[in-house]
Ligand binder design. Sequence first.
Ligand code: GLA
Length: 392
Amino acid sequence: MKKLIVIAAVIFFFLGASAQKYDQLAKTPPMGWNSWNKYGCNVSETLIMGMADAMVSSGMKDAGYEYVVIDDCWQISRDENEEIVADKDRFPHGIKYLADYIHSKGLKFGIYSCAGTLTCAGRPAGRGHEYQDALSYARWGVDYLKYDWCNTGTQNAKSSYTIMRDALYAAKRPIVFSLCEWGSNKPWEWAGEIGHLWRTTGDISDSWNSMISILSQQKDLAKFAGPGHWNDPDMLEVGNGGMTTEEYKTHFSLWCMLAAPLLAGNDLQNMSPETKSILTNKEIIALDQDILGKQAELWRNNGDYQIWMKMLAKDEKAVCLLNSSDEKKTVLVDFGLIAQARTEGAEDSKPLKLENFTVRDLWEHKDLVLKESSTYIDILPHSVKVYRFVKK
Ligand code: GLA
């Protein structure tokens, strides 16, 4: 009996030892580009290599974007050994060649699969092949895996994603693990030890209503996010044409306030100057990438006028004033009060005194000249003002 217990303990120790995610990854929200929002199934080696080139030449890489991720439809079948096979017409040199190319640009490479029997676009998926696929990904040089939730029948979400996490760990290559389960089973409650990010909602589409509806579903989730484990309100639509420039600024500002993963989803090879200046606004990106890793909370909710607040490292903070109405708003803002305020997750941080800070407008790239603590601010329709309290 004693012997049995010892054997069981040893087995448990080894299984337990392998049951973890790579925990030194995604200390700040991952940044990159993903093919789905603009190209859907129309992916190819030429497209992905072109995007990697453009990520460098456009200044996106300098702004912090790193992962180039092929979403669904790169895979076409399994071979006689059940190995996953890439579409040869679209990826004639195979996936490793592509990964090597992306790495040669100083970037990282991501790929997509799904926990079910087929991907959302009906391609072969991971169910029953997790360990084999993880080895293929490791061999090819994959750095990031987005793992979807279609065709999963009665599968349990937590155990399905745990199998893939363990398979990735066993394959011995650090791979960021992105759960794409759409928030169906409240992954924020259990995915922190499984993956580095998890989708919180259904798919975004390139419209103001879709973006704002996703925002409204994030407001109670701040406490679940932090370094190495992020809520993912889905990829960016900035530059895809369905929103105005002002709306894209709002979308980008809010995602950065939320410490969201920043996966651009537009054509990086043909960006308008406006799109480029939104996606590469380093002062806004710095909020997203702040090492404290706090997600913004909804501090004041007046319906179509909201104030989101994000605590930052070194006792700094950011606020985003959102006017989601169709009219311009003029609002009285008390910066002294905002300086003192603390979000729910940060009660232990010091209340700040306005006199110790400069309030910087992160879209105007200017410091506010405040004669008094309260001042009137104009906010355009569907627009934001984003301020950072910078220590003097
Ligand atoms: C799901 C995901 C999307 C995308 C598609 C691909 O809808 O949520 O982000 O990956 O599948 O088929």
